[in-house]
Design a protein around this ligand. Structure first.
Ligand SMILES: [Zn+2]
Length: 165
């Protein structure tokens, strides 16, 4: 296993739409282990493959307090969602910045696991929020895109200053 380095906004690789995963082999499962290790070390509740520079529709998550409920979602799709509400959010690619965004509180997810087998899950609260956040990553979107242009500009300046330090 290895710790991977996480890309930070405004890296252009975070803005590309990730490609569908078609090969479910040992290399994919090794990458998944590295993603989990990197996410737990950060620490974070989710990590998308394109946050470490791999253009693949793959994300790992663990929204539990005990850090013991691993979820792998590959080629994920949200089938239905409802109850939008404001939730506090942060992102490992936008370090140390938090803000409120509108997310669906409930959703129905369809995805593949690390063996290419389909599964469906109904999620609510933090897990629903995390799923939307990670799928946004796979589409090249960041949660700060939902904030005002002024706020986004301030965040970008802050992060560029931080990277330069
Ligand atoms: Zn994120």
């Amino acid at each position: 296993m290895a710790l991977l380095s996480i890309l930070h906004h405004p890296d252009p690789r975070l803005r590309r739409k990730a490609a569908l995963v078609t090969r479910f082999d040992d290399a994919l499962r090794a990458l998944i282990e590295d993603l989990f290790e990197t996410m737990y070390a950060a620490p974070g509740t989710g990590l998308a493959a394109n946050q470490v520079g791999m253009s693949m529709r793959l994300a790992v998550m663990d929204c539990s307090e005990t850090r013991s409920q691993r979820i792998v979602m590959i080629n994920p799709e949200i089938i239905s969602s409802d109850e939008r509400r404001e939730m506090e959010e942060g992102c490992l690619s936008v370090p140390d910045i938090f803000d409120k965004v509108q997310r669906y509180n409930r959703l129905h997810l369809r995805a593949l696991n690390e063996f290419g087998e389909p599964f469906e899950v109904c999620a609510f609260g933090l897990m629903a929020q995390c799923i939307q956040h990670e799928i946004d990553h796979l589409d090249g979107k960041l949660y700060i895109d939902y904030l005002s242009p002024l706020k986004r500009e301030r965040i970008k300046k802050k992060l560029l200053k931080r990277e330069a330090a």
